[in-house]
Ligand binder design. Structure first.
Ligand SMILES: CC(C)(COP(=O)(O)OP(=O)(O)OC[C@H]1O[C@@H](n2cnc3c(N)ncnc32)[C@H](O)[C@@H]1OP(=O)(O)O)[C@@H](O)C(=O)NCCC(=O)NCCS
Length: 172
């Protein structure tokens, strides 16, 4: 039996305030990899509460739970731009906890996020990714995202320039 076969199908639901400690734990793991985000400082609960409570309800956060009702991943939609002409575009964030990566959960979560985005009238998803985030790149390609291009020296992470690749997926 492969690792994949032994995993029960996880469930996806809209995140609640009570999920914030788990969302924070998983987010900080992602920050520490230096492969997932331009954020370099780990976050605390105060930050997460503001992040959660200041959201426009259209830009939802979802979590993935295992069969023991433990949160093992989360994903969110964020505004691409404040300009009205871009109101149909949402930016993707997606994180699976360290011990659970590579089991197909990222793909399930991305599908869940896409469903939420369609329900909330977004016509397109976009995301930023680093070239060396191999699982991320693979997930995006196999989820139907198209590479738009790469910004060179787009940001500074730990004092080093980082190139950022933009990807998009049309939902309609
Ligand atoms: C990126 C991430 C969300 C992917 O989720 P995952 O559960 O690990 O990925 P999955 O198991 O669903 O695999 C998705 C695809 O990537 C491939 N993949 C997964 N891990 C891989 C690895 N280490 N090397 C190469 N390919 C890999 C899978 O084979 C699968 O490809 P396929 O659809 O063609 O079969 C997850 O690894 C993660 O949270 N990483 C840390 C945070 C991060 O980088 N987030 C993205 C930026 S916001």
């Amino acid at each position: 039996m492969t690792n994949k076969d032994s995993q029960a199908t996880p469930t996806i639901r809209i995140a609640r305030v009570a999920d914030l400690p788990e969302i924070l734990r998983i987010y900080n793991q992602g920050i520490e990899t230096r492969l997932a985000t331009m954020e370099s400082e780990t976050k605390d609960m105060e930050y997460m509460k503001q992040w959660y409570h200041n959201r426009n309800p259209r830009y939802q956060v979802i979590v993935l739970e295992n069969d023991k009702n433990q949160v093992i991943g989360w994903a969110s939609l964020s505004p691409f731009s404040h300009r009205v002409c871009y109101a149909g575009i949402a930016e993707v964030s997606i994180y699976i906890e360290n011990g659970s990566q590579g089991n197909g959960y990222g793909k399930i979560l991305m599908q869940g996020l896409e469903n939420v985005a369609k329900k909330n009238d977004f016509h397109k998803l976009v995301l930023n990714t680093f070239a060396d985030n191999i699982p991320g790149q693979q997930l995006y390609k196999s989820s139907g995202f198209r590479e738009v291009g790469t910004y060179y020296r787009q940001g500074l992470l730990d004092g080093q320039w980082v190139d950022v690749t933009i990807m998009e997926k049309l939902l309609i």
